[in-house]
Write a protein that binds this ligand. Structure first.
Ligand code: PMP
Length: 895
């Protein structure tokens, strides 16, 4: 069939045609001056059927008809404008927002179609879930007839449900995606049926190829408004039913039409995955997604004490514990606490503790809190499982007792409140935990018996907290993230920014990982302050030891400060140190030194630079004084162009780029006779810029020739991060007159330094005392010393070189139009995103989206650069090749 010729003949359009998938009709994509979809309908297609589709699209206010109904050799032909975007089926990562938007789209279509009707929508369609029983006679053709039969048996009676015309085929080849926006095409399956089928069909396709199909579908449900409670209850069985219809249809029609088998393998995968989920659990999850309580409110009957002598028990905080403690006296472990020590593979990311722990010596008796009957017992012998465990059934709920000494009572035994029922077990038989009772209330066992989990996945926290309510609501809890956020809003300045659309509450750091309040681990590729790794034990120990003995100021002699100064300057050109608490203070002091030495005031800075938060530093930071809320440039400040050889006036292929950018500085220096030139040795806020060769050599030469001094702000890049050198200025083969250090040098402990020449130090020593109360204190210097020692002993600069090179290569290998440039050195990299590789139009909103999606996927990155389109990578230096691989893989999926 020559679609191009038909388009030309019927609509006078010159275009190249490509065939699209379709079950009955022949559809073509036409690319001419514009893009169209040409639809050549099946033989004997009723004209009313096409009119129905056109009427529905008009009713929805999205008519895309580009060419009205015609006939070609007896077949009906019509043409639509093509929509931009790619198919959902071809989209690698479905973000939560995208899935919610998809639910929202289906919901808005159904709302609008509620008052739409057309005779052709009353039809016998095999995809109408109300008619799904037709598959019964074909189940034997499938590899798992029993599963299909089970699904058919679960199918709800929809006769009393609200009915309307639905789109009826939100499959992943009918959904177009643009970023997180979605649109739906192909109204050829419109039919009148129970409205909830629309969402069920959409969810069924969203379940395909997902690691966690239930949570993905929950996002769609979250976006779909106007669901009645009974519709929510019917949803999961209907989703299974749609997948069942799909696989039976494929089996039935196999060989006849390859389009119908397009998603067969994925549909079986989804069916098998979903069939392991208890339908009531799915129901609770969907209720939660719709903002309803998963279960009705819990009212606890009066309970007798489960263990005696616990009135004055210590309440433990295990949020950040690395293993379960073994307390000496009675102690309680909290309910709904996220714990980072559930790291064994069997926990599979589950972190939320669903019961109470009662720590007591082995053999301590346990008592029934309520009347009941033993419902189930088992010995779960797997390492870190419950060991001997018992479930007692009460009126309308159950209680679970884990880590017992032995299976105490047979199933069916009646128990009275207050009666002894079991004893605390011991290692190793109790699952190999410190002796304690795990006590949990369970409102719906979900047919899991003694395998009901005691720890839940963070994504299911609310649902499992409803299933297993709090046995001791009077025990105090940590503030939730929402409470922390609102307290912060009440008491902290509004312009303290918070990263990500969905704020993070981080409770623990370890190496290159950060853990949030739900115990989720995030790979940190952003924070350069924990240089040798978050909470490095050597640094922690050094600080703890020193602060326990002495912390005072530099007016007394102390060996830490001199040892640190010696180590910091050994093998390096500059020798005189000043210590402060923050890089802002250090840059501020650097300016004072330069001004004292030159007797001048003017400063040359690079465009988009940031040097700190004090009044003077805001004045020399174009990123701030030219940014929102900025008050513009002061007359003593002179801004030179940032030597960005990707986006700037002189490009990377220009061997003279360094010299040409440097000439701008020379011109200013000659004219204004500055006190100083200050720049980061690789401008970070400016967009992770690598200075072109020869730049600083020429700049320093001209500034010095004009009588100024050269300050290197090494706050972000210094200290081994760049891999091939310890300080950034070494990359350019220069030595500054003043070096400023901060952020990473204390690995998180406040510490900053200025290092300079004896001559400049002498000029500053003019009679006025220099004193910083905390600067250079023994604790800070102990931290600084430990950082230098760890850097050397763990070979972290070399690791930055090896892993950084590997990572940069992998990033450059990404097959993605939007990645315009990958640059940097060692573990200081920038990935610049552009919409167009010729115009370099910055992909700013896209970069922000990517960073938020990375966060959604457990990776913390940030953006920077004048257009906020550079993804900034500067992880702790213990970052590994595996971490780099993971980053590149996930970036490739979300971008
Ligand atoms: N200089 C540079 C290059 C920086 O990036 C920063 C902080 N972002 C500072 C100085 C100021 O550091 P602090 O906030 O620790 O005072």
């Amino acid at each position: 069939m020559n679609a191009a010729r038909i388009a030309k003949e019927l609509y006078g359009i010159e275009a190249v045609a490509t065939r699209l998938n379709g079950e009955f009709d022949d559809n073509f994509h036409l690319r001419g001056e514009q893009e169209y979809i040409l639809k050549i309908m099946r033989e004997s297609c009723d004209r009313a059927f096409v009119e129905m589709q056109i009427a529905a699209m008009e009713h929805l206010g999205q008519s895309r008809v580009a060419g009205g109904i015609r006939e070609y050799h007896g077949r009906i032909v019509w043409m639509l404008h093509s929509l931009p975007g790619k198919l959902l089926a071809d989209t690698k990562y479905h973000s939560q927002r995208l899935l919610q938007n998809y639910g929202r789209l289906l919901s808005s279509i159904d709302r609008k179609l509620a008052d739409f009707d057309h005779p052709s929508t009353r039809r016998e369609l095999k995809w109408d879930l109300k008619r799904a029983s037709w598959i019964r006679e074909h189940v034997h053709l499938t590899p798992d007839p029993a599963l299909i039969e089970r699904i058919l048996a679960m199918a709800p009676d929809l006769s009393k449900f609200r009915h309307s015309v639905i789109h009826g085929d939100g499959n992943d080849h009918n959904v177009l995606v643009n970023g997180d926006d979605v649109a739906i095409i192909d109204f050829g399956d419109l039919h009148y049926t129970a409205t909830v089928c629309e969402l069920a069909i959409g969810c069924a396709y969203i379940a395909l190829n997902k690691k966690d199909p239930l949570m993905a579908m929950a996002q769609v449900v979250r976006g779909y408004h106007d669901l009645e409670e009974r519709e929510i209850e019917a949803l999961f069985p209907l989703i299974l039913l749609r997948l069942a219809v799909s696989v039976v249809n494929s089996a039935h029609l196999k060989s006849a039409d390859p389009y119908t088998t397009i998603s067969e393998k994925s549909a079986w995968g989804a069916l098998r995955a979903l069939s392991t989920i208890h339908p009531r659990l799915a129901h609770y999850v969907f209720r939660q997604a719709r903002g309803l309580k998963p279960l009705s409110d819990w009212v606890s009957p009066k309970a007798a004490p489960v263990m005696h002598h616990f009135d004055s028990a210590v309440v433990l905080d295990m949020t950040t514990a690395t293993e379960m403690p073994s307390p000496a006296g009675p102690a309680i472990g909290r309910y709904n606490e996220a714990r980072t020590f559930y790291t064994e593979p069997m926990f599979a990311g589950r972190t939320i503790h669903l019961g109470l722990d009662f720590f007591a010596p082995p053999g301590t008796p346990i008592f029934a809190p309520f009347d009941g009957m033993v419902y189930a017992v088992a010995n779960n012998t797997k390492h870190l499982d419950y060991g001997p465990v018992m479930i007692i059934q009460h009126d309308s709920f159950f209680t679970l007792y884990g880590h017992l000494s032995e299976i105490p009572l047979p199933v069916g035994t009646k128990v009275k409140a207050g009666q002894e029922i079991a004893r605390v077990g011991d290692r190793p038989g109790n699952g190999d935990w410190p002796p304690h009772l795990h006590y949990q209330i369970i409102r719906d066992l979900l047919d899991m018996g003694c395998d009901f989990p005691g720890v839940a996945n963070p994504d299911m926290r609310e649902v499992f907290a409803a299933l297993s309510p709090d046995p001791a609501p009077w025990i105090s809890k940590d503030p939730t993230k929402e409470e922390t956020l609102s307290a912060r809003r009440a008491h902290l300045g509004g312009n303290l920014s918070i990263s990500y659309d969905e704020p993070l509450k981080i409770v623990r750091g370890w190496k290159q990982f950060l853990y949030d309040d739900a115990g989720r681990a995030f790979l940190d590729v952003y924070n350069n302050v924990p240089l040798v790794g978050h909470s490095h034990p050597r640094v922690v120990e050094a600080v703890q030891k020193q602060i326990a003995v002495l912390n005072t100021n530099t007016r007394y002699l102390h060996d830490n400060i001199v040892r640190y100064a010696e180590k910091l300057t050994s093998k390096r050109p500059l020798k005189v140190c000043y210590f402060l608490n923050s890089a802002s203070e250090a840059n501020e002091l650097a300016l004072r030194l330069a001004r004292a030495h030159t007797g001048r005031e003017d400063v040359i800075v690079l465009d988009h630079a940031y040097h700190g938060n004090t009044t003077t530093l805001i004045d020399i930071s174009p990123y701030k004084f030219n940014g929102p809320g900025g008050k513009g440039k002061k007359p003593w400040v002179h801004v030179a162009p940032i030597p960005d050889d990707y986006r700037g006036a002189y490009k990377r292929d220009d061997l003279q780029a360094g010299a040409k950018y440097a000439r701008h500085v020379a011109e200013i220096a000659e004219r204004v006779k500055p006190a100083a030139f200050i720049a980061e040795s690789l401008p970070s806020v400016g967009g992770q810029i690598v200075l072109p060769p020869g730049y600083l050599r020429d700049v320093y030469e001209s500034v010095r020739a004009a009588g100024g001094v050269c300050i290197a702000d090494e706050v972000q890049v210094g200290f081994g991060r760049l891999g091939s050198c310890f300080f950034g200025f070494e990359l350019q083969g220069v030595t500054p007159d003043i070096v400023v250090l901060g952020k990473p040098i204390g690995n998180g402990f406040p510490l900053a330094a200025v290092i300079t020449t004896p001559e400049i130090a002498a000029s500053f020593d003019n009679g006025m005392e220099f004193f910083s109360t905390f600067g250079g204190n023994p604790v800070a210097c102990a931290a600084g010393l430990a950082v230098l020692e760890v850097l050397e002993e763990e070979g972290l600069q070399e690791n930055a070189r090896v892993v950084g090179d590997y990572w940069m290569k992998a990033l450059r290998g990404l097959d993605c139009e939007m990645v315009g440039d990958v640059r940097g050195s060692g573990l200081f990299l920038g990935v610049e995103l552009v919409r167009n590789r010729s115009t370099l139009e910055p992909a700013s909103s896209e970069a922000s989206r990517v960073v938020n999606l990375l966060r959604e996927r457990g990776i913390l990155a940030g953006t920077d650069g004048p257009y906020h389109n550079v993804i900034k990578l500067r992880p702790p230096l213990c970052f590994s090749k595996e971490d780099a691989d993971r980053f590149v893989e996930v970036l490739g999926e979300v971008i």
